[in-house]
Write a protein that binds this ligand. Structure first.
Ligand code: SME
Length: 175
């Protein structure tokens, strides 16, 4: 029997959540200090959010490759590899350069279901030199998991992360 998804009810107060967000931004600063390699920073950032924020089933990044997004570092179940710009929640956020905060993914036209457990989702574009270079994608099994406050925090988190990353560095060099 399929159980109906439940709506998210936070177990911590608004002020506790703000403290946690301040702490997460400070942790991100210390984790990125003195290094600019994007893959390392995106990996730690996914882990940091995954192990701190409650009620999630996927946290990760899709990286821009021309007219597509390709899967980057993440925590959660394996996910689809490529998403065309303009498709799904991620492709829409990247194409419009606009946060997509989706209370019920089943009502989002063209939503791409990577994990059938997902019921709500938020996607935050990340920019370098004014261009969308990646997106932060977070899924929850709860309906309406992400508040306006979450959106403001995740936007600040993604901006800070972007500042710490040099996306022009090659992935592998042998010398
Ligand atoms: N749901 C996304 C696809 C990526 S997964 O959620 C990890 C979308 O519609 O773009």
């Amino acid at each position: 029997m399929n159980e109906q998804p439940t709506r998210w009810v936070a177990e911590t107060s608004a002020s506790q959540q703000r403290d946690q967000q301040t702490q997460l931004l400070a942790q991100l600063s210390s984790l990125t200090e003195g290094e600019s390699f994007a893959i390392s920073h995106l990996s730690n950032a996914a882990s940091l959010l995954w192990h701190t924020l409650p009620g999630l089933n996927w946290v990760g990044f899709y990286l821009r490759r021309g007219n597509e997004l390709i899967l980057g570092p993440f925590m959660g179940r394996p996910a689809c590899l490529r998403i065309p710009l303009g498709r799904g929640v991620c492709g829409t956020a990247a194409a419009l350069d606009q946060v997509q905060r989706v209370p019920d993914v089943h009502a989002f036209p063209g939503h791409i279901a990577c994990d059938s457990a997902s019921n709500s989702e938020i996607v935050v574009p990340m920019r370098q030199n004014g261009q969308v270079i990646a997106v932060l994608d977070i899924d929850s099994p709860y309906l309406d998991r992400f508040s306006q406050e979450d959106e403001a925090f995740l936007t600040a988190f993604a901006d800070k992360l972007c500042e710490a990353c040099d996306f022009s560095q090659p992935l592998i060099t042998l010398d």
